[in-house]
Write a protein that binds this ligand. Structure first.
Ligand code: PEP
Length: 252
């Protein structure tokens, strides 16, 4: 049985005080053990977040990292730095990194490789653009992005990977994929994992949906059989909305 995973990606939002407000509120709440909640504050708030959540099951995750271990890369952060403050999971391939910061599949591949090699867990984001969807090329688009993983990553490394299907046209737009559109894509991806690896692995890989998830649509989308949770941007910035999304997968 795959656990549900709910991740709040706070992007370049929330100063120290605002981050503490969200974290302190989350730390007071409980939910069933079968739900993994993770939060991704900005770099400058990671260590403080770890401290606030030290007695909680919520994991603190980094939003990004460089593909080198160290060096002359002004403004960048490495896996070594993250691990030194006990951050063991990082988002890789978010569409904002791909589009706004020109991260190519080549760059993403290097990040995936260094992360997995150094025992970091990754939340690997992929998803088609609006143009791809309009031309009905969404499968080609996501296959190309997933090849970065499937061409290289050995079966024994998949326990470090969470996939997040995030159609670009749904991110931050208020327009979510319909539950059926999302389920169809997740089912397809699971079938690809079976084809490239095996059924047992494909049954175990968490595949999250991201793109305008909110309290009003989360229950329906997250109850689909191949959707194991959500990566949430905008709605995770508001405590009540984020908690309500967590509650929507809580069977207690
Ligand atoms: C995201 O950025 O990963 C995301 C899903 O954002 P939003 O929930 O705001 O669409």
């Amino acid at each position: 049985m795959r656990k549900k995973v709910i991740i709040g990606n706070w992007k370049m939002n929330k100063n120290k005080e605002e981050t503490e407000y969200l974290l302190n509120n989350l730390a007071k709440k409980t939910w069933e053990k079968e739900i993994n909640v993770k939060v991704c504050p900005s770099y400058v708030n990671l260590e403080n977040a770890q401290n606030i959540l030290k007695n909680s099951s919520i994991e603190v995750v980094a939003q990004n990292m460089h593909y080198e271990k160290e060096g002359a890369y002004t403004g960048e952060i490495s896996y070594k730095m993250l691990k030194s403050i006990n951050i063991n999971t990082v988002i890789i391939g978010h569409s904002e990194r791909r589009t706004l910061f020109c991260e190519t599949d080549e760059i993403i591949k290097k990040k995936v490789n260094i992360a997995l090699k150094n025992n970091m867990n990754i939340i690997f984001c992929f998803g088609e653009s609006l143009e791809d969807r309009k031309k009905e090329k969404q499968i080609d688009a996501i296959n190309k992005q997933l090849d970065v993983l499937m061409d290289d990553v050995g079966i024994n490394k998949w326990n470090q990977i969470i996939l997040a299907y995030e159609p670009v046209w749904a991110i931050g737009t208020g327009i979510n994929a319909t539950p059926d559109q999302a389920q169809q894509m997740h089912k397809y991806v699971r079938a690809q994992i079976t084809k490239r690896y095996n059924q047992e692995l494909s049954n175990s890989v968490p595949i999250l949906y991201g793109g305008s998830l909110k309290p009003s649509n989360s229950k329906e989308i997250l109850s689909k059989p191949d959707i194991d949770g959500g990566l949430i941007g905008g709605a995770s910035l508001n405590f009540d909305d984020f908690f309500s999304i967590i509650r929507s997968v809580d069977k207690k």
